[in-house]
Structure formats: structure tokens, C-alpha cells
Design a binder for this molecule. Structure first.
Ligand code: NAI
Length: 404
């Protein structure tokens, strides 16, 4: 195996705010523009120990198995399905992401859409651009006093709750997990109750088998006549054909969609949707979380996670390997970070090797998930690499790092 290069390769124009943390930690930052195919990616990674990507670089099993020195993958985005997480775990490669840094961005866009739909801003704007002066108060409302129904009261839903209440809206919410109400928000008895009493329903649930077509023809009928629907969560949550019918029949009077059952892969690709051209519908290209502020927050959060992993071995919030929160290494002690197959007898082998070498253990941490175990040993300062060599030669060893 070639000698690892302690650097990070950043792809896909990751925000420059990622760099200070790496540089402060003494890591060299390399950048390559554009999206690389499998072969180019393997070549570009070379002997690097870390890579930072966004959503377009595909870290396939082949890539992962072709770069023996890679220790960690940073996804400077929300999703991680561009990475073969199991293949990475099998090689003891940690994957980190930033699931919640764009919460506020989505919440603000939701509020903007609620106000815009209540005032017919989007249709009025289109009319003006077509030379029509449609000055009228018909179907134009203040949001103050209106009822907002929030489905999914997690990070985004609860932020929307706070902002909506500040505008004087009455907030009801529904979640499958009991959630503490923000401000004066009230939990609805059920999803059906929420649908029946809300002037505007906004969806903030994840994509799960339970949420697939959660808003279907039946649910749409439950909504108040003339009410509005916002989906800035996942495209699978709404039956879009049923929604198109509900708009055509004027049962639903305003819709804002940021996500779709099928979304174009690239910027230039064509987009079609049963809602195209319908009145009272505003559509955006999955940009709810896309703000400069979110990009900066993601860059800072993910780079910090990578540096903490590099310097300490902490894997907290990794999406694919056992999570262990570790303190700083004490002066005069070495730290051994050991990924191994989760089978009986590994710890006793390690203890035996250390005892034979007269090396004292000061602290020990262990966490396992599935087939993978991660053990961290803080030990006496090692005079040479003989203990490390023995650990490396154990059949069960997947990856080992020695911090001295
Ligand atoms: P979160 O995990 O913090 O909150 C989701 C909430 O939904 C949780 O409280 C959960 O208990 C609840 N939930 C799950 N299944 C439910 C069900 N069947 N019925 C009712 N509640 C249910 O997630 P977060 O960060 O608030 O994100 C919400 C959604 O927004 C996700 O789908 C996420 O992918 C999407 N999102 C969209 C973005 C965009 O650009 N449009 C950007 C960021 C997130």
C-alpha cells in the first residue's frame, strides 16, 4: 500500500468556507472542478485520506475499493445516496453529511409561499409580465388569523411553526412522534383533523413507506374547500395527479411545490408535471434548502466533523459506521483507532498483544453496528510500531490508525 497523503480532495465547487478548518488542522486542500466519472475519480483521489463531494460524484463500490488510503468521505449536502454506504463501512471508511443546515432556508421559503399564495402574488406577477393589470382584492387575504397545518413537526416543521406564529397565524401540527409544541401551536388529534381545519397545509415529513402518497385523493377531499397545499419535503408524499384534479375542480386554490415524484437529473434536462400551467400553482426546482447561508453552514459543519474524525477519531453523526464521541487525547498517550469485523474474541486478542508488550491501557471505547466494530484504545506512548504491526496483522482488522 502506498503512503497516505494527509490531504483532502474537494470536488463540485464546495463552498470555500470548508477550507479554514482543514487548513488549521494542517491538512492540504486540493480541488478539482466538474463531475468526475469512476476512473477519473479513482485517479483524482490517489493516495488521499479524505474526499469532499456534493450530490453528483458517485462514490461507487469500485471507487471505494480502489483507493486504499481513503479514510473518510464528506458529503457537503443533505443526502448520502451518491455513496455506497455499505461498501464504505466494509472498508472502515466514515461518511459524514449535514442533514439539517438548511432547515431555516426551507422554513423561510415556506413562509414566503404562504404569503405569496394568500395574495395571489405569483399569478399576478405572471399577468403583469403578459401586460395585464389585474388589480383586485378578490381571493386576496392576510395570513394573520389563518390556520396553518404542519405535517411533520421536526427540524423544518417546528421552525415554520415559530415563523408562522410570529405572523399571527394559528398553528396546528401532526407528527407520528409526540413533539413539544413551539409557542402556542396545538397538536391536531389526527392527520384528518388537521386537514379539515387548516387554511394552508404544509408538508415536512421524510420519504418513508408511510408517507408515500400520504396526500392522495382521499386526503385532498378532507382538506377545506379553497385551502392551499405546500410540499417542500419529498415528491413521493403527494399523489400529483390527484392534486392536479383537486386544483382543476377548485377544491384546492393554491399550491406550492418544490419537489416532484420524478425530478430531472441535470440542470438542462426537460421538466414536465401534471400541474404545469394550472392557476394558483407555484413550482420551484427543489431549491428549498439552496441558499448561500445554508451552503456556508454545511461547509463549516462537515469540515469540522472531518477534522474531529481526523484528529480524535470521533465518529459522532457518521451515517454508516458506529458512532463514538471521543475526548482529546492526553499528553504522553497514544490512541489506536481500530475497525474490525464484529466477531467474538477481538478485544481479548488486542488486550493480549498490549499485555505482552507491557503497554498500559488508559481508556477504551467500543461501538458496533452490524458487521463492523470500532474500538479505540488510549494507551502508553508506544516506543515503536510492533504492537501496531500485530494489530494490523490480525485477521479481523479492517483498518487501523495510530495517533501518536
Ligand atoms: P426531520 O427528520 O427533522 O423531521 C421530520 C418529521 O416528520 C419528524 O418529526 C418525524 O417524526 C415526522 N414524521 C415522519 N413520518 C411521519 C408521518 N408518517 N406522519 C407525520 N409525521 C411524520 O426532517 P426535516 O429536516 O424537518 O425535513 C423534512 C423534510 O424536508 C424531509 O423530507 C427532507 O428531505 C425535506 N427537505 C427538503 C429540502 C428542499 O430543498 N426542499 C431541504 C431539506 C429538507
Amino acid at each position: 500500500m502506498s503512503k497516505p497523503t494527509r490531504d483532502i480532495l474537494l470536488l463540485e465547487n464546495i463552498h470555500e468556507e470548508a477550507e479554514p478548518a482543514f487548513k488549521k488542522a494542517g491538512l492540504k486542500v486540493r480541488r478539482t472542478g466538474g463531475t468526475l466519472d469512476e476512473t477519473e475519480l479513482i485517479e483524482a483521489i490517489g493516495d488521499s485520506t479524505m474526499i469532499g463531494i456534493r450530490s453528483r460524484s458517485q462514490m461507487t463500490e469500485k471507487v471505494i475499493n480502489s483507493v486504499p488510503n481513503l479514510e473518510a468521505i464528506a458529503c457537503f449536502c443533505i443526502g448520502t445516496n451518491q455513496v455506497d454506504l455499505d461498501a464504505a463501512a466494509r472498508r472502515g471508511i466514515a461518511v459524514f453529511n449535514s442533514p439539517f443546515c438548511n432547515t431555516r432556508s426551507v422554513a423561510e421559503m415556506t413562509i414566503a409561499e404562504i404569503i405569496g399564495l394568500h395574495r395571489g402574488l405569483f399569478d399576478k406577477n405572471s399577468a403583469m409580465h403578459q401586460g395585464r393589470w389585474d388589480k383586485s382584492a378578490t381571493n386576496s387575504h392576510e395570513v394573520r388569523g389563518r390556520v396553518i397545518g404542519i405535517v411533520g413537526y421536526g427540524h423544518i416543521g417546528s421552525q415554520v411553526s415559530v415563523l408562522a406564529e410570529a405572523l399571527g397565524m394559528r398553528v396546528v401540527y401532526h407528527d407520528i412522534v409526540p413533539k413539544m409544541a413551539m409557542g402556542n401551536a396545538i397538536p391536531a388529534g389526527s392527520l384528518d383533523e388537521l386537514l379539515a381545519e387548516s387554511d394552508v397545509v404544509t408538508l415536512h415529513v421524510p420519504e418513508t413507506p408511510d408517507t408515500k402518497n400520504m396526500i392522495d385523493a382521499r386526503a385532498l377531499k378532507r382538506m377545506k374547500s379553497g385551502s392551499m397545499l405546500i410540499n417542500n419535503s419529498r415528491g413521493s408524499v403527494v399523489d400529483i395527479d390527484a392534486l392536479a384534479e383537486a386544483i382543476k375542480s377548485e377544491h384546492v386554490m393554491g399550491v406550492a411545490l418544490d419537489v416532484y415524484p420524478s425530478e430531472p437529473r441535470a440542470r438542462q434536462d426537460d421538466f414536465t408535471c401534471p400541474l404545469s400551467g394550472l392557476p394558483g400553482v407555484v413550482m420551484t426546482p427543489h431549491i428549498g434548502g439552496s441558499t448561500e447561508e445554508a451552503q456556508i453552514a454545511i461547509a463549516r459543519e462537515v469540515s469540522m466533523k472531518m477534522v474531529t474524525y481526523q484528529q480524535r477519531g470521533t465518529t459522532t453523526s457518521s451515517v454508516n459506521i458506529p458512532e463514538v464521541e471521543l475526548p482529546h487525547r492526553r499528553d504522553g498517550q497514544d490512541r489506536i483507532l481500530h475497525f474490525h469485523r464484529n466477531v467474538p474474541g477481538v478485544l481479548s486478542k488486542m488486550h493480549g498483544i498490549l499485555a505482552e508488550g507491557h503497554v498500559n491501557i488508559h481508556a477504551e471505547y467500543l461501538q458496533s453496528t452490524g458487521d463492523l466494530s470500532y474500538v479505540i484504545l488510549d494507551v502508553d506512548h508506544l516506543q515503536d510500531g510492533s504492537v501496531i504491526d500485530q494489530f494490523r496483522n490480525m485477521d479481523e482488522t479492517i483498518r487501523l490508525r495510530w495517533l501518536s
